[in-house]
Write a protein that binds this ligand. Sequence first.
Ligand code: GLN
Length: 200
Amino acid sequence: MKKPQFPSHKIGILAIHGDVAEHAAVLAELNLEAVEVRAAKDFKNLDGLILPGGESTTIYDLAKTYGLISPLRKFIVTPRKNLPTTKYQLPTILATCAGLILLVKFGLLNVEVERNAYGRQLNSFEADLKIPILGSRKFPGIFIRAPKILRTGKGVEILAEFEGAPVFVRQRNIFAASFHPELTDDLRIHKFIFGLKFPQ
Ligand code: GLN
């Protein structure tokens, strides 16, 4: 089978802690170039960025030590020329689990979140999620000490819910999931977000 071609092809993955390799494997499967981001200079020429899951306090502390917090915020909110998408011209962001918590901490995602609200490691679970933007086939949501979205604010669109709480949201160029799409072999979330279909 011919691998798909995408307009946004160079995707950074914040690579200081967390499940970086799993996201990189999905991007490779989709024929997208993955760039590991560990320093401010690594943001150059990226079309998108993934903030992986892991331990949000660890990612935050290390990002701070590496001087990455302000370049990261700047990358997410600064319009760029030559991006394939229209209107906002912003790089596309996918944040999963701890990545979602970080965006809230940075004031870039307008939701209220409670860490570990679905229980501890032992209470990790899988749930089939209805995600209308992906079509009618359900998506296997893997939740690992997941954060719970308690409230969504202005500008936040709810893309999926589980037991009445949002688990997948979008705010302008940012997509954030409280579960782990990189841990299943269903590639539809990455494909939708970084692929042709993304209507930014
Ligand atoms: N419990 C973690 C935190 O609070 C997030 C878990 C994850 O990313 N799987 O940072």
